[in-house]
Ligand binder design. Structure first.
Ligand code: GCV
Length: 568
């Protein structure tokens, strides 16, 4: 037999052989040349986790694809076939962890009854190389342990956590660790007792350490007493704690400072904590990007974040190099994506939302891949290798994120959606119980102009970025127009690069965004004969809804902002 007569997939572990095999299948499915394969691949980020905001009652916070996949009532006895399908899909794109429950956690998930259910899922996922993680309620020692405190400095509290973790590892020997949302949006945490994030994280980390478990402590905090600008709060709370966390703690940071808006600059915590590994949290479920009604491919958005240069150690200090641990030489690294899966037949509510699940896994494995290359793979494997189909869908996907920004929040606008459910526009909303839950807090439109002044003359959020970014963002003339209204309050008649005034440009952007959705609809129609009727019809209906909603964004926003512009 000559060497050309066989194909060898080999690796340093059984799971890695599985990953390699999936890679080979991908080459076949995407019609690649396999005559002279010589591929070596290793993940750039070690822990690649899906975070499910799934509640124990089967509902999903920010879930748009039906009920939770986990049927807690039937577990541990009944193992749904879909658990295997889920694990296979995750493994095929290199995902190696799943956090099963909502970060707004119910303490009940740590009871023995629920741990046995979790263990049954862990048994299903193990052969696919996927470890389970749990979100915990910091108040669990009170809720489950009968304690009157969950103060992390109380030795009895630490002992309670230790015995709970021991119990978990007896049931699930390869348990991954915990994800914690503490002192954030009303969740309990160490600050309830005058202790701090490091105290809280460290007792949990100490309990996990003997087993090699990891602690993901979220930095999504925005206490108004810390700073009046929500964007600045996380850095002000966490940077002083750098160096105080145990080595198995990662501070989990959203890609952007406010929330998962259609576009924001990268979170300034990246590059501000050198001694602490930072996990990057992305949102696959499209809470603020049209949910499962809009076709928005997020590959480009995540690339923009990962490729952003923080300049923390000079040029080339990208967010990706902070997350993968290479910039500050951390051996532990993690990326975590808020899942968009549910029990819908098509998994994600919209056939195209699957592309975001796929892109998350592929980028987590290799953030050097381009959004286009990932879209190309996904289209070939999901729809067709037919070049006409490929070209049309690629055009749709690659333009879809920028279109969404344009018809929702162009030029750096952010947080303008309807209250609670976050679908559709409500720029005038001003009735929330806290200022930074109001939309007027973010756009600050008045007769003079529009935008949040975070320059050195305003909230000075720019100071949380390294030079030369700080200076670029600070100056209205050098700040990238994509972040203009995120950093500046800009006069309505300020001229932009296009030669248009701000007001003209805003209106133009809404039109451009809508025109692209119309183009997507037309391209999709042109593919009717080439795709299966059922899926084609489903996506067609969704595109109509998207177009209608995009037009609503334009109508409501132009009407609302027009009042200020006219009064100038
Ligand atoms: C899980 C936003 C979402 C909440 C979410 C929160 C978080 O505020 O709207 O649903 O809660 O982020 O990430 O903790």
């Amino acid at each position: 037999m000559t060497p050309n007569n066989y194909i060898l997939v080999t690796a340093n572990s059984a799971t890695a052989v599985l990953t390699g095999t999936f890679h080979f299948l991908r080459l076949l499915q995407t019609h690649q040349d396999i005559s002279a394969l010589d591929i070596t691949s290793r993940p750039r980020i070690r822990h690649r986790i899906l975070a499910h905001w799934d509640n124990l009652d089967g509902s999903i916070e920010r879930g748009y694809a039906g009920r939770s996949l986990w049927n807690w009532d039937e577990l541990p006895n009944k193992i749904d076939a879909r658990y295997h399908d889920y694990a296979r899909a995750c493994a095929s794109i290199g995902i190696n962890g799943t956090c099963l429950n909502n970060v707004n956690a119910n303490a009940k998930s740590l009871t023995t009854e629920y741990l046995e259910k979790t263990a049954a899922l862990a048994d299903v996922f193990r052969p696919y190389g996927i470890r389970v993680y749990l979100s915990l309620a910091f108040s669990a020692p009170i809720r489950l342990g009968g304690s009157d405190t969950s103060d992390p400095r109380d030795p009895a509290v630490a002992a309670w956590w230790k015995q709970k973790v021991d119990e978990i590892y007896r049931l699930i020997p390869d348990f991954g660790g915990f994800q914690v949302k503490a002192n954030s949006e009303g969740q309990p945490g160490p600050q309830d007792y005058g202790a701090n994030h490091d105290d809280g994280a460290n007792i949990l980390a100490d309990a996990l350490a003997p087993y090699g478990g990891m602690l993901l402590w979220r930095a999504f905090v925005y206490d108004t007493s810390v700073d009046a600008d929500r964007a600045k709060c996380a850095n002000k709370e966490f940077v002083p704690l750098d160096g105080k966390f145990r080595s198995n703690v990662l501070v989990q940071t959203k890609n952007s400072p406010i929330d998962f808006q259609p576009r924001e600059p990268f979170h300034p915590l990246f590059g501000a904590m050198k001694q602490t590994p930072l996990a990057l949290e992305l949102q696959i479920t499209q809470e603020y990007l049209g949910q499962s009604k809009h076709l928005v491919y997020l590959g480009g958005m995540w690339k923009e974040i990962l490729d952003s240069d923080t300049y923390a150690k000079g040029p080339g200090s990208t967010v990706a190099r902070i997350v993968d641990g290479s910039l500050y030489d951390h051996s532990i690294s993690c990326i975590i994506g808020v899942a968009n899966t549910g029990s819908d037949r098509n998994w994600c509510g919209h056939h195209f939302s699957q592309a975001n699940w796929y892109a998350f896994g592929r980028l987590a494995w290799d953030y050097g891949l381009s959004a286009e290359a990932i879209a190309d793979e996904w289209i070939r494997m999901t729809w067709s290798n037919d070049p006409r189909v490929l070209d049309a869908i690629k055009t749709m996907m690659l333009g879809s994120w920028e279109a969404c920004i344009n018809y929702m929040t162009p030029l750096g606008l952010h947080h303008m959606m309807r209250e609670h459910h976050h679908y559709g526009p409500d720029p005038g909303f001003n009735a929330a119980p806290r200022p930074d839950w109001n939309n007027v807090y973010y756009h600050r439109a008045d007769a003079k102009g529009i935008g949040f002044d975070r320059s050195s003359a305003g909230s000075n959020a720019v100071s949380q970025y390294h030079s030369p970014l700080r200076e670029q963002f600070d100056d209205i003339n050098t700040c990238s127009e994509k972040f203009l209204l995120w950093f500046h309050h800009v006069p309505w008649d300020h001229r932009l690069q296009s030669g248009r005034t701000l007001w003209e440009e805003l209106r133009h952007r809404y039109d451009v965004g809508i025109a692209f959705v119309e183009q997507m609809r037309n391209l999709w129609q042109s593919l009717q004969a080439r795709l299966d009727p059922e899926r084609h019809a489903h996506v067609s209906r969704r595109l109509e809804q998207q177009l209608e909603n995009a037009r609503l964004w334009r109508e409501v926003c132009i009407k609302y902002f027009g009042r200020f512009e006219l009064s100038k």
